[in-house]
Design a protein around this ligand. Structure first.
Ligand code: ADP
Ligand code: MG
Ligand code: MG
Length: 901
């Protein structure tokens, strides 16, 4: 098995397709090399080797030779030798998994610097300051990554070695009266390195290794082991990354951005990752190395005028300071985008005026950017319609449907502080200062804003739980910004006015003091922080051309119809605006709670004789007729599925004493009699009790009244030339005889209305399939029913025997214990409930091949469930109006997936 893949001067053994073996970073370094882009030569150790090493604790025989011959190749290209006292080669050791895990894995720079090689490098570069700067970085990274973390050493003082070394450096900066590291002299840095090594020895109990080979292998092994580190493991759990992927290790010739004022390092995106705008966007620093830009040590410079903000306007831009290098970089930007056909996130270093590329990968972006980039790349024919649709995830679409701070409430509000806009949108929440607190508070139902100096991978669980993230330090490519953008979270970074005191759980901003639990409002699009709670508003999608285009493209692809669950005309209109082509579930019971009608509803329930019941129920007819006219015409000409009364009657007569008095007077009966009647209706298991079609069977006059209201509305609208398509749905049928009983009434009333009004119209009658028995006998039911709509909420409830209202009491243990992967009421249980649905579809269509089948219920808006429904050939899904766009996109994704298979 090949363990080592070489890349250098225009030729690489690997390629972009080999991410599984070479990791994302290694595969793309190989690809860039093959594209003729300047990449420092190096080699990649495979992910298989990583898993092999983690399993066995030793390397396979022969690996040493493979590595040595790869090092020789680099030496030949560079004309330098690893460990050579006169002309030493230095390398970086970089991790890189299949999928990027920002900041999770480790990197060590400047490997190969020793007492023996330092003088040679000084002589060669004539730049002792640079050499000692590189050396102190090596000692810091190596002691942190290799000596402490990978060995699992816990420093006695409880403070990590990296922090201890940084303290020493801060101390020296104070001592010398300088504020940034670039102002330390060569002698300062030389002394610092000695102090560092001493500290390492004292704290970790062993010497910083002075042998290049030891450094190299120490670094490689540490990076491999970092895959099994605590941070990486918990990140993988959140992101669902398999444990057995492993990380690759890249050993690469060092290029130096810290060689002086003609050297620099930077990171950039080929398009703006926050808006998607097609402009080059990035940050850089002069005389800096590696992670200085993202670490927030110095304020990074803007790459160009596109990247400038009011706050960074004064700082030098790369296109102004080094125009030639900028042009080269810009050309590489175009080359990479055209080659990868997607927005890239790149790292570069300029060593003494020469540009080197160190990384490219598909750039993380927020929802708005994802949609804009997909649409714009499609319209320039860089990608196809299918690719454009596939590039936007349902979550990204969901993001642009989220709230923002209402500008009106913002104008008057007193600004607390300003930072860099790192994740757009608005958020309101209570302040917490630690990731653990964020998780804890969120668990207790609070909306929280996680406030930190800066975030680190240790904080991801709290960042996940928070509504928004606010940091005092860091730039728009800092850890907080990257992670927040990936999740589409509101985020503000580099808010330097915050003075955070974690131990006292408070922060000061100028003279204001804010404590844990105080409210903040964040405008992540503008980087503005306010105290208190401002108003949030929903974004207006009607003016978002990219959103409309995405939806159009998704509609071209999808086969599944999308309807909405709605009972009020305004909700139906909303659903229409979002693209719903019909109502899949109009629940009639909600209409009963209207204050004008509830009394009649209660009278009907209390009534003891059928005649009396019929009399009062007819009072509801005009109301219901208006309801149905409203919703049918709002959806015209699309179908509206109206479900006959479904809930246990008892729900309507849970009364206060006053309500009882009023009702008793109205009905002219005694309180005692009323209470008896209420007691009669009480049930031990209302969910399994007198509800659904059982109501209509016991009280046929309810079915009669509702059918009459539906058909009179239909007749009136039809006569007025409004084209409508009512579908009457009978709920909770388990036996075809129940259905037969009800459908007879519905059809009789339809005939009556047609003959009374002289208007003919068409309609469908069908049933909701929500009991296992209905699935098992779907063929019998389909003989009589014209459509099925799976009521997956109740079907999940009755299949599992889980009460959907009480699942909260044990679900957390089920999820934690791995008994359930997720809440089956949110995402359909495809193995169990799904099997029943499939059976229902098959049996139903076996007797009626044009049987129209849809689903209504929470699962109609869940992308994974939608994929399942598409696969088993349903005609439509119905979901809440705000999920309609998500369902359209998810249905297109489902279809693309089917086509691929
Ligand atoms: P991460 O995956 O955390 O970004 P990287 O392996 O990309 O880690 O390295 C961290 C930083 O060090 C980056 O800024 C990268 O550009 C820089 N770096 C890595 N290798 C080299 C090298 N050979 N020469 C110069 N800089 C390097
Ligand atoms: Mg990187
Ligand atoms: Mg139901």
């Amino acid at each position: 098995m090949k363990n080592v893949y070489f890349f250098g001067v225009g030729k690489a053994e690997g390629a972009a397709e080999q991410k599984n073996t070479l990791g994302g970073k290694g595969a793309n370094l190989a690809e860039m090399t093959n594209l003729g882009i300047p990449v420092p030569p190096g080699f990649t150790l495979t992910t298989n080797l990583c898993m092999d090493y983690l399993d066995h604790g030793v390397y396979p025989e022969g690996l040493d030779n493979e590595v040595q011959s790869a090092v020789k190749k680099i030496e030949a290209i560079m004309g330098q030798k690893f460990g050579d006292p006169d002309n030493p080669l230095l390398v970086s050791i970089r991790s890189g998994a299949r999928q990027s895990m920002p900041g999770m894995m480790e990197t060590v720079l400047n490997v190969g610097l020793t007492k023996a090689t330092i003088p040679g490098l000084i002589k060669k570069t004539n730049n002792p300051r640079f050499v000692y700067d590189a050396y102190r970085r090596l000692i810091t990274m190596y002691s942190d990554v290799v000596m402490e973390k990978s060995e699992g050493i816990k420093p006695v003082s409880g403070e990590a070695i990296r922090e201890q070394l940084e303290e020493i450096m801060d101390h020296m900066k104070n001592d010398r009266g300088v504020s940034v590291d670039i102002d330390l002299t060569a002698d300062d840095l030389k002394q610092l390195c000695e102090e560092f090594k001493e500290k390492v020895r004292d704290t970790l109990g062993s010497e910083f290794p002075d042998d290049p080979g030891t450094q190299l292998w120490g670094g490689i092994s540490a990076v491999f082991k970092s895959w099994a580190g605590k941070r990486a493991v918990s990140y993988r759990r959140i992101e669902n990354i398999p444990e057995d992927w492993g990380t690759a290790v890249n050993v690469q010739t060092m290029v130096f951005g810290n060689m002086g004022d003609n050297s620099a390092t930077g990171v950039a995106f080929t398009r703006n990752p926050a808006t998607g705008e097609n402009v080059f966007y990035g940050e850089w620093l002069i005389n800096a190395q590696g992670e200085d830009v993202v670490a927030g040590i110095r304020t990074p410079y803007p790459l160009n005028s596109n990247t400038k903000t009011k706050d960074t306007d004064q700082l030098p831009a790369l296109d102004e300071l080094m125009p030639d290098v900028y042009d080269q970089l810009d050309a590489i930007r175009t080359k990479l985008e055209n080659h990868y056909r997607d927005m890239q996130d790149i790292e570069f270093t300029i060593q003494d005026g020469k540009l080197w590329m160190l990384q490219t990968r598909v750039g993380k972006r927020n929802g708005a950017a994802a949609i804009r980039i997909a649409c714009e790349m499609q319209s320039t024919d860089l990608i196809t319609v299918e690719e454009a649709v596939a590039r936007v995830t349902p979550d990204q679409l969901d993001e642009i449907m989220h709230s923002m701070v209402d500008p009106a409430s913002e104008t008057g509000a007193a600004l607390l502080a300003k930072g860099l806009p790192a994740g757009p949108g608005g958020a309101i929440g209570q302040i917490v200062f630690t990731a653990d607190a964020a998780e804890e508070w969120a668990k207790n139902g609070h909306d929280v804003i996680l406030v930190r100096n800066e975030t680190s991978p240790e904080d991801v669980h709290g960042m996940h739980a928070a509504k928004a993230i606010l940091t005092a330090k860091g730039g728009v490519t800092s850890h907080a910004a990257l992670v927040a953008r990936g999740w589409g979270k509101c985020c503000i970074v580099g808010c330097s006015a915050l003075q955070i005191n974690i131990s006292d759980k408070k922060m000061t901003v100028d003279d204001k003091i804010l404590k844990e639990g105080d409210w903040l409002t964040l405008n992540g699009s503008a980087g503005k922080v306010y105290t208190g709670q401002l108003d949030l508003i929903e974004p207006d999608l009607s003016t978002n051309e990219h959103y409309s285009k995405l939806m159009e493209m998704a509609d071209q692809i999808r086969k599944l119809g999308i309807r909405a669950n709605a009972e009020r005309p305004e909700d139906a209109m909303q659903a229409r605006d979002f693209g719903a082509k019909g109502i899949g579930l109009c629940r009639t019971e909600h209409m009963f709670f209207d204050p004008e009608r509830i009394l009649a509803v209660r009278e009907m329930i209390i009534a003891e004789s059928a005649e009396r019941r019929r009399e009062v129920i007819m009072k509801l007819l005009p109301f219901q007729r208006d309801d149905f006219k409203g919703i049918l015409s709002a959806m015209s000409p699309h179908p509206v599925t109206i479900r006959l009364l479904d809930p246990p009657l008892h729900e309507f007569i849970t009364l206060t004493d006053d309500q009882k008095d009023e009702l008793a007077t109205e009905l002219n009966i005694s309180i005692e009699k009323l209470e008896n009647r209420i007691r009669d209706l009480e049930e031990l298991n209302p969910m399994l009790g007198h509800r659904g079609c059982r109501l209509g069977i016991a009280y046929p006059e309810i079915t009669e009244m509702q059918s009459r209201a539906i058909f009179e509305a239909t007749a009136e609208l039809t006569a007025a030339d409004v084209s409508v398509a009512p579908e009457v749905m009978i709920p909770l049928v388990g036996m075809y005889k129940e259905y037969e009983h009800q459908v007879k009434i519905v059809r009789r009333i339809a005939d009556e209305v047609i003959s009374e009004t002289g208007t003919s119209f068409s309609y469908l009658v069908g049933t909701m399939i929500e009991l296992p028995r209905a699935c098992l006998t779907a063929d019998e039911i389909a003989k009589h029913a014209e459509f099925f709509s799976f009521g997956t909420n109740d079907l999940t409830q009755t299949t599992f025997g889980f009460s959907r209202d009480d699942i909260g009491s044990f679900l957390p243990q089920y999820i934690e214990g791995g008994i359930l992967d997720r809440d089956p009421f949110q995402s359909l249980d495809q193995t169990g409930v799904g099997q029943l649905i499939e059976m229902g579809v098959k049996k139903g269509r076996s007797v009626r091949n044009d049987l129209k089948i849809g689903i209504c219920g929470e699962h109609g808006g869940d992308p994974d469930s939608i994929e399942f429904f598409n696969r088993i050939g349903l005609d439509y899904v119905s979901c809440s109006p705000f999920r309609v766009p998500i369902a359209r996109l998810a249905a297109a994704h489902a279809q693309l997936k089917t086509q691929r298979q």
